[in-house]
Design a protein around this ligand. Structure first.
Ligand code: NDP
Length: 293
């Protein structure tokens, strides 16, 4: 069997076009453009790239983007004061604090300072808490997990009653994606670094979501034939044949897994572009909620 490739770039492009059309319609009605504020503390090169891409995506869909940069040694008070200022700014509909923050800052306190109505990254403890509760809905869902579910749903696969296995239990990906799967009535197994016999657990998965950050850890013979495989991992590996001497691979050995899976996301070009598209979708939603007030 050769899996169908889930093209995250194509899905994200389509979503971005829809978002741009909705933003244009809002402006045509006399409403302000949706606006996203990004907060970057320090000079982590990967974070700089992510923030730059997020701001560029905003411009592409007709949103305002407001970039805020604080030095590596910014104090807790300085970061929280900036966030509170953005909470009060009517031009800002969504606030994204780029993680990870420098180690001396208390991440939970910073995330808690964001107004839940502007929490477009979905990491405010109230939004995460609601995700974990039956019968409650978060205002916003974290973007990478939401993007994973969106990609599964693109395949037409019915999650209700399906066996889903999530590799990883981080606050950013593993745990929220597992909670989202439960909300969609999947039966979910969450694995982590202490889990035993991962290959056997994975072989039971109708849907396998890998978010561990271990290059090509999931082998072809871990995959149930026909399964939907969503690979969140982004790992750099040496490759002397590549122009830069390295290339990106996922947590799944793509070449082996594609021979067994029914559907699979590539790396790059799978979950990555969806993360940014979901951020735009959340920002649009925030703008609509705030415009209706
Ligand atoms: P973390 O390092 O925060 O979490 C990794 C998780 O994987 C932990 O729960 C850890 O277990 C588990 N784990 C690590 N090693 C193993 C192992 N050998 N077997 C089983 N479980 C293991 O990573 P993130 O969740 O932040 O990111 C995961 C991957 O996804 C990374 O490659 C990251 O770059 C990528 N990513 C991609 C995004 C995108 O947009 N495509 C966005 C965010 C992340 P334990 O809890 O026991 O330590």
């Amino acid at each position: 069997m050769t899996a169908q490739i889930i093209d995250g770039n194509a899905v994200a492009d389509k979503l971005r076009l829809e978002i741009a059309a909705e933003a244009a319609a809002m402006v045509a009605q006399g409403l302000p453009k949706p606006g996203l504020a990004t907060v970057l503390v320090g000079e982590n090169p990967a974070s700089q790239v992510y923030v730059r891409m997020k701001r560029k995506n905003c411009e592409e869909v007709g949103f305002d983007s407001f970039g805020h940069y604080l030095p590596e040694n910014a104090t807790q008070e300085e970061v929280e004061t900036l966030v509170r200022g953005l909470n009060a700014d009517p031009k800002v509909n969504g606030i994204l604090v780029q993680l990870p923050l420098p180690a001396h800052l208390n991440e939970e306190r910073v995330l808690s300072a964001i107004s839940i109505e502007k929490d477009v990254d979905g990491f405010h403890p109230i939004n995460i808490g609601r995700l974990a509760q039956k019968g409650r809905e978060s205002l916003f869902v974290p973007c990478t997990p939401d993007g994973c579910i969106y990609l599964v749903e693109q395949t037409g696969f019915n999650l209700k009653g399906a066996n889903a296995v999530v590799l990883g239990r981080s606050n950013i990906v593993g745990m929220p994606v597992a909670l989202l799967l439960v909300k969609r009535d999947a039966t979910v197994t969450i694995c982590h670094s202490r889990s035993k016999d991962l290959p056997a657990i994975c072989r039971e998965a109708d849907v396998l979501i890998a978010a561990v950050g271990r290059a090509e850890m999931v082998r072809g013979d871990w995959i149930k034939p026909g399964a939907v495989v969503i690979d969140v991992g982004i790992n750099q590996v040496d490759d002397p044949t590549a122009k830069r001497g390295h290339r990106l691979v996922g947590d799944v050995c793509f070449n082996e897994a594609k021979e067994v899976a029914g559907w699979i996301t590539p790396v790059p070009g799978g979950v990555g572009p969806m993360t940014r598209a979901m951020l735009l979708r959340n920002t649009l939603r925030a703008a609509k909620i705030q415009a209706n007030r």
